[in-house]
Design a protein around this ligand. Structure first.
Ligand code: CU
Length: 346
């Protein structure tokens, strides 16, 4: 148990060091900014005017033509300055895992304090001055049984929820889950929507000025977000076009490698609408640190409206679409075309 406890403490020290390193890295980020600028500007020019317009508005438009990127909530779905713990969780699996994490920290703390108190007691009570003639006792069956059985029970108590969590994290998504595919490129993300007409959205990082202008955290803000429905199961598949990337969003407890030639999938269920940020988490080349992830979870009706605005299709389109937006020709979505969201040609 002592090992377990100290490992956990060690983990935290490492996390703090890593954070310090990341802060230092962030300071150097400006150097690579110039290279980013031209690519991002190019991307911005192809933006749908409706998307680019008034990013500061807090309204989440219901109509297809009026989609406005949602304003992120400070501290939600993003890192907080000075924090050392896990981000607040917004998925059921994240809450389960965070609960186990907190329980383990408490178990670790209680055991560490207990062992520390034993040490102090021995140091004070049995030092050479206080106890000049030591006892020659070498065995005590009762104590030996207790200090074997109790740690074993504690380990068992940890193992059961731990193994349960492990399997729950890789539970297969239900049949009716909406499939969305995240594709890693050097160095940006593409999001394909095979269940919604198979259009693809290309997502590039915003420059510092652009992120500031839209009220978003720099190096996490992107031009085109991965828009998903909230409150319904999503079959999130990951793959890559060139090298291995990793799709990771800490506040949703989601991390899955994106491997060329392979299709990984995992269930994603976001409990409430919001903007959730993440980053590529597999060293993938020079601009690995500049391919952030921004997920915008919307209520189903607004998600459908967004899909239609991108030129995609909606299941059971007739009624769902009629209430939110005019139908568009599916031909307007060219599979794999970058910058999907151009106006339909018809
Ligand atoms: Cu990457």
């Amino acid at each position: 148990m002592k090992n377990f406890g100290s490992l956990h403490g060690f983990h935290r020290i490492v996390a703090s060091l890593a954070m310090a390193a990341m802060l230092a890295f962030g300071a150097h980020g400006a150097a690579a900014q110039d290279a980013a600028e031209s690519a991002a500007t190019e991307q911005l020019e192809t933006l749908d005017p409706a998307v680019a317009a008034d990013a500061s508005s807090e309204d989440v438009a219901a109509g297809a033509s009026a989609y406005t990127p949602m304003k992120p909530t400070e501290g939600k779905g993003m890192p907080v300055a000075g924090a050392i713990d896990v981000q607040s969780q917004f998925s059921p699996i994240g809450k389960q895992a965070n609960g186990l994490h907190i329980a383990l920290v408490w178990i670790m703390a209680i055991i560490s304090i207990f062992v520390l108190l034993l040490f102090l007691y021995v140091i004070v009570r049995f030092n050479k001055r206080a106890n000049p003639v030591p006892s020659k006792t070498s065995h005590n069956t009762l104590i030996e049984v207790i200090w074997t059985v109790v740690p074993a029970l504690i380990l068992l108590g940890i193992a059961v929820p731990s193994i349960g969590l492990l399997s729950a994290q890789y539970k297969t998504p239900p049949k009716d889950a909406i499939t969305i595919k995240a594709i890693g490129y050097q160095w940006y993300w593409g999001y394909a929507y095979p269940d919604n007409g198979d259009f693809e959205v290309v997502s590039n990082m915003l420059t510092e000025e652009e992120a500031e202008a839209s009220g978003e955290p720099h190096q996490l803000a992107v031009d085109n977000r991965m828009v998903v429905p909230a409150g319904v199961p999503i079959r999130l598949q990951t793959t890559a076009a060139d090298v291995i990337h990793s799709f990771a969003v800490p506040s949703l407890w989601f991390k899955l490698d994106a491997v060329p030639g392979r299709l990984n999938e995992k269930l994603l269920l976001i409990e409430e609408p919001g903007v959730y940020y993440g980053q590529c988490s597999e060293l993938c080349g020079a601009r690995h640190g500049y391919m952030p992830i921004a997920i915008e979870a919307l209520p189903m009706a607004q998600y459908n409206a967004w899909v239609l605005a991108q030129g995609g299709t909606v299941a059971g389109a007739a009624d769902a679409a009629a209430s939110v937006a005019p139908l568009q020709e599916p031909e307007s979505s060219v599979p794999g075309a970058p910058g999907a969201g151009a106006a339909p040609t018809a």
